[in-house]
Design a binder for this molecule. Structure first.
Ligand SMILES: [Zn+2]
Length: 401
């Protein structure tokens, strides 16, 4: 056991002299440290650290001393967007302070560390307990253990099981149907929720989420948004009577399961595959789109996360609607979301095979990437997503009548 060997000396020193243990090395890390080790864990007399759970990710780890473990992080493949996900579990043998040192190879630290005991209630580790060094490639996080295990993660763990439980709960509504539209490379179901209008020739509103696994705030917004349009309000009922709904909450379940930074198991950024459609996940989405009959789609929203709240839209004044859905929607919502500052960036990137580009080119309708900030307040996300949903429903209904 290499872990056991590496703690000899430091553990003795710390136990006998009460001096603080030495700072972990700042020396360059050998590339070999970042090579993923199957079933990796590290254990000291004080705590064990592992990544044997859904959405976990670490490449390998190393014991520095009884109270300090280094975690090496590596993306699934490169090149890759700067979304350095991490998620590990600490299981205490003794209570007290410990340190986890994140070591990055490809891209520097981005996500504020969050902790949870049960995987449901999360808190952000205070900045004073997080020491970012080496331009973000080495981050020391001080944690206090009691008798319970603790998850330490880049964002809340929004697992495939959580997606399924959420989808199943909504399926109890009589007007919601669910189905499997395909499977991921590893065979995980790609699920869809659907609600059918009660008028002839309705248009479809389509929502997609979780193309990029670490983008949990986008997933959180999507759940609130969907709950509002599948809710019991007169507005939602009226909206559902006039529009078909197609909802794919989790397009990259393999990436979610493995704690990927961005890609699917094919090493592909799914939101650069709308057009080529080389991957089973994007092919599943396309198969649904191909089934959407005339008059086609009214609106497409794709939920993501980035460093700020922003809507990536078609160029201003050119979203395919004469009345300008996008500008009107965001303007109405903005007056109701004072605690949710957001930008709009309009562009049409013909050479970027994103969902947004593909849908706009195929249908000539507003196709919008709804991006939440990584650290946007979670209560604000939930509240404002419902406001955006209500304003969307109101505006689309006005234009239909
Ligand atoms: Zn994204």
């Amino acid at each position: 056991m290499k872990q056991a060997l590496s703690i000899i000396g430091f553990g003795f020193l710390a136990a006998c002299t009460q001096v603080p243990p030495p700072e972990p090395s700042t020396a360059p890390v050998e590339a070999a440290a970042f090579e993923p080790v199957e079933g990796e864990y590290c254990q000291t007399a004080v705590f064990k650290l592992d990544a044997d759970f859904s959405a976990a990710n670490m490449a390998s780890c190393a014991v520095i001393d009884d109270r300090t473990i280094e975690v090496f992080l590596k993306p699934e493949n490169v090149p890759i967007n700067i979304s350095p996900w991490y998620a590990v579990r600490l299981t205490p043998a003794q209570a007290g302070d410990v340190r986890v040192v994140l070591r990055y190879e490809e891209h520097p630290h981005r996500y504020k560390p969050k902790v949870s005991k049960d995987g449901r209630a999360w808190s952000v580790v205070p900045d004073g307990r997080v020491d970012v060094k080496a331009s973000g490639y080495r981050v020391t996080i001080k944690l206090t253990l009691d008798e319970d295990a603790m998850f330490l993660s880049a964002q809340e763990l929004f697992t495939n099981a959580a997606h399924d439980a959420w989808t199943d709960a909504l399926t109890t509504k009589p007007f919601v149907q669910t189905g499997q539209i395909g499977a991921s490379i590893e065979g995980r179901p790609i699920r869809m929720m659907q609600s059918d209008a009660r008028v002839d020739a309705p248009k479809t509103v389509m929502l997609v989420g979780r193309q990029h696994p670490p983008e949990v705030t986008g997933a959180l917004a999507m759940t609130s948004f969907v709950e509002e349009i599948l809710g019991d309000s007169p507005l939602a009922e009226s909206f559902r009577s006039r529009f078909d709904l197609v909802i794919i909450p989790n397009l990259n379940p393999d990436g979610v399961e493995h704690g990927h930074w961005r890609h699917n198991m094919g090493g592909v950024d799914l939101n650069r595959d709308w057009g080529p459609f080389t991957q089973p996940e994007t092919q599943a989405a396309k198969s649904v789109i191909d089934e959407i009959a005339d008059p086609g789609m009214a609106l497409f929203l794709d939920f993501h996360s980035t460093r700020r709240n922003v809507f990536y839209t078609q160029p201003v004044g050119n979203d395919g609607t004469e009345y300008g859905f996008t500008a009107e929607w965001l303007s109405r919502a903005r007056s109701n979301v004072a605690d949710y500052p957001f930008d709009r960036e309009g562009a049409h990137n013909v050479d970027l095979p994103t969902s947004k580009t593909y849908i706009y080119e195929r249908f000539g309708i507003p196709a919008i990437t709804y991006e939440l900030g990584d650290e946007t307040d979670r209560t604000v996300i939930a509240q404002t997503a419902k406001i955006f949903a209500r304003e969307m429903m109101t505006l689309l209904l006005e234009q239909e009548s």
